[in-house]
Design a protein around this ligand. Sequence first.
Ligand SMILES: *Cc1c(COP(=O)(O)O)cnc(C)c1O
Length: 439
Amino acid sequence: MQEWAMEYPLIESMRDLKPVTWINPFAKKEETDRSFPLTKMDIIEAEKLWQRFAPYLAKAFPETKPLNGIIESPLREISHFKEALEKHHHETLPGTFYLKCDHELPISGSVKARGGVFEVLKHAEKLALENGMITKEDNYEKFMEPQFKQFFKQYTIGVGSTGNLALSIGTISAELGFTVDVHMSSDAKQWKKDLLRKKGVRVHEYDGDFSVAITQGREKTEEDPNGYFVDDEDSKALFLGYSVAALRLKAQLDVKQITVDEKHPLVVYLPCGVGGSPGGIAFGLKQVFGDAVHCIFVEPTHSPSVLLGMMTERHEKLCVQDFGIDNKTEADGLAVGRPSRFATEISQKLVGGAYTIEDDELYKLLTMLADREGIYVEPSAAAGLIGPLKLMQSGYVKEYGLESQLINGTHIAWSTGGALVPEEEMKVFYEKGKSLLRR
Ligand SMILES: *Cc1c(COP(=O)(O)O)cnc(C)c1O
């Protein structure tokens, strides 16, 4: 441990559970390999799959009808929150604040409606194509027909999840007709398990960490010849599903006439669990905006797995417990001790940096957002809201020469979940933040 701490000075503070900010040296190094296992073309292909399924989604999930079956969330300016944050911390923060409201996404009320739904649709399409049930030119409303549900019933989808991925995968899979097994740690939120069981999903619970649930789930699913495991620790399809967000965000920024270029930087703050959703979104944003976009990851002080993986270049080979960090946080969407192999390798080459945040801070931000903007999110989703402050307090601005540009810049905190949280639970979150703010 001493050697680790010598080589990576941040590790000591991380082991003490203190909030840290890391500027990614690999993103700037000349010798960093800039090749990726995916291209912009893959993102465009992924968007086409979403388009093919849009008629189906509009029918199967009426809440997607206003956007014609496209699963997308609004981008909202949060100037009142910005004022509150500045006042609370006695700082002036250059640039405009926006919230990317993935907590409002249909189907799962979280960012997982991007990756999770995409991977299941992709699998369903593959099976239907292989069995001659559709062609890519057909109207995919066909997936509503009883013979499709009958057909998918013989196939099993398995997933390991701390909660939100299960909600997303479980909901879309059950709707298509698949048999679904969800593997969760026993301390996962009860309301999430109840909701899944109500949809006919088989929920399996495991004592211990999420990593136990995912390992067991993977083994059990792979024993079944008709089984397919959505592997949060190593999934290219999840990653691609998330990446499409970048194309959609570009269109939303265009509509709002928000310029993104060298003189108008865009900084995006992404809450990070296993690293798939922030990695996929960051990869997409880099393809669309290049050097004009800066992607910053955020993790709880108790679960800084992706930060450790990137900083040490050891990726999924290390987990936070190896460093005596317990992976216990109220931010259940981010409570992951070991990062994704696929995503972390890519993220290391392109994210600007990462910071960690304490649970108490999440509650305060959640309550400030509710008070000032009337927007309610879950604790995980509040993590990016303090990003602009962390950015200004770090050496990042200077290192990237953004001192004069940020005044024309845009900050986007990615709000990753919340719409399905029962009102009673949300009230508890809010009150907790309220009392912390009063102190
Ligand atoms: C899953 C999740 C994240 C992070 O996504 P990963 O792919 O695990 O990194 C962030 N916020 C919420 C609410 C989530 O459910």
